[in-house]
Design a protein around this ligand. Sequence first.
Ligand SMILES: Cc1cc2nc3c(=O)[nH]c(=O)nc-3n(C[C@H](O)[C@H](O)[C@H](O)COP(=O)(O)OP(=O)(O)OC[C@H]3O[C@@H](n4cnc5c(N)ncnc54)[C@H](O)[C@@H]3O)c2cc1C
Length: 400
Amino acid sequence: MTQATTCEYLVIGAGIIGLAIARELSMAQPKAKIIVVDKENRIGMHASGRNSGVLHAGFYYAPDSLKAALTRDGNTLLRDFLSEHKVSLRECGKVVVASNESQLSALDELDRRGKANGVELYSISERELHDLEPKARTHDRALWSPSTAVADPTEVIAALLADVRTRGIDVRLGEPVTTISRTTVTTSAAEYSPGHIVNCAGLYADRIATMAGLEHPYVMLPFKGLYWHSNLPAGFLTRHVYPVPDPRNPFLGVHATVTVNGEMKIGPTAIPALSRENYDMFGGMSGRDLGEVARYLPQFLSSPHHEARKLIASEVPKYLKHKLVEQAAHLIPGLTSSMFDHRLKPGIRAQLFDKSKKSLEMDFVVHNQENCTHVLNAVSPAWTSSLAFAKHVVAGISRS
Ligand SMILES: Cc1cc2nc3c(=O)[nH]c(=O)nc-3n(C[C@H](O)[C@H](O)[C@H](O)COP(=O)(O)OP(=O)(O)OC[C@H]3O[C@@H](n4cnc5c(N)ncnc54)[C@H](O)[C@@H]3O)c2cc1C
């Protein structure tokens, strides 16, 4: 029997959150031995490499939420990191537009939240919207967020991996964690005996938490985000254009975003997925996931906390390209299906569902045990927030 590898910290998951936490731990304790394991042979195979790459400003979220503070601060920290590591960032800003009178009160609420959260945000007239983004249309007024930007998530995570390795952190790919017994973590390749485990397993964080003995009321419900890429020339759209979201759901609605090289894409959808890695139509299926979806999706549908039926009825048809384009055309009149020539790789949101409350968790969720920390709901905008999120988690570990 080979001896277990000892280390101060074992981070499970090399997504942006796991890598950011490993980096922060190493800055706090430069002498600590830190190992990160990931089940995949390459980084960015899940949400951290399959997202919109929008660096959010932080105005959507309730002022007392973790999302509000960590997104505002994360926006600044990620900007600094990208500039230091020479990763491209497009300073395109973003407009939020209303499609009718009934959305104006929700638009104004976003404005109030932005101000309460200390985010630079302006309420603008139709005329001012036209000057900022002539392709977008709004009803009466819109919001302008200059500090929203965009980067390529695969470039960002590659830069973070390089930084983490330079700091002496050992990142081991292709090593799924299979069991956790007390403080021994077994992967397909080795056994570890860490002082502290940090669970950043994204879509599987609930199951890793259960393996580690955390009693919790959660199950991960997967929601699929599909995108279409436009064949219009770069520069057709110059700002991200977003709708007013339904505050009862954690998703922002289909939007049109500018990529780092100035092209346009639309999406993502929030269609319930059949399994946690169901990236293709029927690919990536798992019997266990299907069973959970069959059991808990109906509970979400009947939840009094969300407009779930409305959400599903509007999301599922967006599998069809023309339905997705139709939605985007509310923001940018004149868009047609022929302007979109290929799908981009889809992403799946690891959305935590509380079985006892029958509701989706709207904020980030972190649980601290004596020798273990679980990041359970690193949903959007945790990519933007990642470096601030890491500071928050490491402060929690120091206190525990
Ligand atoms: C469609 C979509 C669009 C989004 N758009 C944005 C956006 O524009 N801006 C923004 O800020 N956020 C966005 N997000 C959210 C953002 O992508 C996530 O919040 C963030 O990537 C979460 O990072 P993570 O490290 O927690 O998860 P992941 O990137 O999923 O990383 C988890 C890692 O854990 C590993 N793992 C899982 N199980 C095991 C195991 N048993 N053993 C070892 N390793 C394991 C996985 O292989 C994976 O690499 C979006 C998300 C989606 C899905």
